[in-house]
Design a protein around this ligand. Structure first.
Ligand code: UDP
Length: 385
């Protein structure tokens, strides 16, 4: 190996496009740069509107914007555009590694474009599995395919590591690093204060117990979501000591269901999607969280808050195992019983409060950056597998 390659700083290209990817990748970009590595950030444009405020919050900016979204396009066009538009960037930048996060079209397209150019792929949040290739769709298949292309698997937990080993992934390529969402959460709570929107909501909550709700997953659209919302409304109306705050996702399926099922209930406050800083301050205020989001399951555990997960199954069972999370399961009507049980179950709140390290300790970005730098020092980047 040419020694000039080894002594040059590691060049890492991060390809991302959605809100959760940006939240989880930003700490890596920041830490890698602090350690002297070169981070090149590519935004595919998958969630253009939700990403802009995150760039401001974390004070990182995209070096390239692939503008891969266009109205009404299907998944195939999106993935094809990402691969096609990323390719010249890879050619120009010649990164030592391409890092993708999670299970989105941006992760799949980024990994595929890098693989085709024989650039080593690192997968952050590797080893999550629902066990059903069709659910969540297409995320479960995206993450399985990325695993096949990656040479470095950054697993958040031992459980994720075990899932990868079961699929025949070599142990020496898997690193248990924790989930960088914990880094982002801790950093944001420490470096920001809640904004005017949160002050207004706090005044409205006025000493009542706060239930924070989010729901936006495709699997819940339609009857399941409406059943959940009706159960939550009945729950709030029967208990004047609590109220529900629901930042409503911009997807029309969610907006319509929220407006129709929850209108006219003054214990339920509907808001626009929140900036990340405001949202995590509100999470920290919550008594109970109800959500179908993946990232929020991790954030709830990190904050020691009990969470009811609006899903049939979860690829993050660690929270269920330690008792911070409870799954609603196949029957959406089950939410009603779970809400009623929560009120009477003080033990649950005590158990949840001890769950904070389930998904990470806030040092994930440092671990991943060190691994990339060490590996680069030892064997350079290209064709090292
Ligand atoms: N989030 C946010 N504002 C909101 C709702 C959620 O910033 O109004 C954050 C939340 O803290 C979490 C992330 O968005 O880190 C989760 O994103 P999403 O639910 O879209 O995706 P998932 O985690 O299910 O992949």
């Amino acid at each position: 190996m040419d020694s000039s390659i080894r002594s040059a700083p590691v060049r890492v290209l991060f390809c991302l496009g959605t809100r959760p990817e940006m939240i989880k990748v930003a700490p890596l970009v920041i830490r890698l740069r602090e350690l002297g590595g070169v981070a090149i950030l590519v935004n595919t444009g998958q969630h253009a509107d939700l990403l802009t405020p995150l760039f401001e919050l974390f004070q990182v900016k995209a070096d390239y914007d692939l503008v891969a979204m266009s109205p009404g396009q299907g998944l195939n066009t999106l993935v094809a555009r990402i691969v096609e538009r990323l390719d010249p960037v890879l050619e120009k930048e010649g990164p030592d590694y391409v890092i993708v996060q999670g299970d989105t079209a941006s992760a799949l397209g980024g990994a595929l474009a890098a693989f085709n150019r024989k650039i080593p792929v690192g997968h952050v949040e590797a080893g999550l599995r629902s066990g059903n290739p069709l659910s969540p769709f297409p995320e479960e298949m995206n993450r399985r395919l990325v695993t096949q292309m990656a040479v470095l698997h950054f697993a958040a937990t031992e459980y994720n590591r075990a899932s990868l080993l079961k699929e025949g992934i070599r142990a020496e390529t898997i690193h248990v690093t924790g989930n960088s969402v914990v880094d982002a959460l801790q950093r944001t709570l420490k470096t920001t204060t809640a904004g005017a929107e949160i002050a207004r909501l706090r005044a409205q909550v006025a000493g009542r117990k706060l239930v924070l709700l989010t729901t936006h997953r495709r699997e819940n659209f339609g009857d399941a979501m409406r059943t959940h919302l009706r159960s939550l409304r009945a729950f709030a109306e029967a208990r004047p000591e609590l109220c529900i705050v629901f930042p409503v996702h911009p997807n029309p399926n969610v907006k319509e269901a929220a407006e129709q099922e929850l209108a006219g209930c003054d214990q339920i406050m509907l808001t626009a999607p929140m900036g990340y800083a405001d949202f995590v301050h509100l999470l920290a205020d919550a008594w109970l969280i109800v959500s179908d989001s993946g990232g929020i399951q991790e954030e709830a555990a990190s904050l020691g808050k009990p969470i009811l997960v609006l899903r049939e199954n979860t690829e993050r069972p660690e929270g269920v195992h330690v008792g911070v999370a409870r799954l609603v399961g196949e029957d959406p009507g089950q939410l009603k019983q779970l809400l009623a049980a929560a009120v009477a179950d003080e033990d649950w709140f005590e158990v949840a409060a001890k769950a904070e390290k389930v998904y990470g300790d806030g040092l994930t970005a440092d671990r991943i950056s060190q691994i990339l730098m060490d590996r680069h020092q030892k064997c350079g980047g290209l064709a090292s597998e």
